[in-house]
Design a protein around this ligand. Structure first.
Ligand code: SME
Length: 172
């Protein structure tokens, strides 16, 4: 089996960005097709995003275990392992179950700097039924890298992942 994955999606204009996220969501469907294993799907999803979305230095998952997040499949530098729901951008996302779009991480109270190169961050909840099973975290070395279009695009991609994956009872 082989996949045609764009090396770098064009996000240089709002129109190009919209089209690129449509393509990313289609690629997520294609890459996950026929597989519902959580570990395989999260690994593939992280790799696809990191490979094709420009200006990222980290992309991956923190899995929900009670009131604590633990690092899951990701691409990028070694990261911190455990994050309580009370801490950081990921914790804020897990607690609120709302997308966190942070234009300047240095201005976010409690931001956890895993990589000093990170300047902006986008974190999305991964919800299966009524369970928060994980958060998907994206870091960028560019300030204000993410906007509402990125939020919408990644939310659509994460929704495909959430619906196409069997989530063990240990998460949530
Ligand atoms: N910056 C995150 C921690 C995770 S790393 O970025 C990979 C936070 O503040 O929650």
């Amino acid at each position: 089996m082989s996949f045609e994955v764009a090396d770098t999606l064009d996000m240089s204009t709002p129109a190009a960005k919209r089209a690129s996220y449509d393509l990313l969501v289609a690629q997520v469907r294609s890459v996950l097709e026929g597989e519902r294993d959580w570990l395989s799907n999260l690994a593939q999803f992280s790799a696809l995003v990191y490979q094709s979305v420009p200006q990222l230095n980290w992309a991956g998952f923190y899995m929900a275990h009670g009131q604590e997040l633990r690092v899951g499949p990701f691409q990028g530098k070694v990261a911190c392992v455990r994050i309580p729901f009370t801490r950081g951008v990921c914790g804020a996302c897990a607690t609120s179950r709302e997308i966190q779009l942070v234009e300047d991480v240095h201005a976010f109270p409690g931001h956890i700097a895993c990589d000093s190169a990170s300047a902006s961050e986008l974190v999305l909840p991964v919800v299966a039924g009524d369970r928060l099973v994980a958060v998907f975290d994206l870091d960028s070395p560019a300030k204000a890298r993410f906007d509402a279009e990125d939020s919408r695009g990644f939310a659509a991609a994460v929704a495909v992942l959430a619906a196409g994956t069997d989530w063990p009872a240990t998460f949530g």
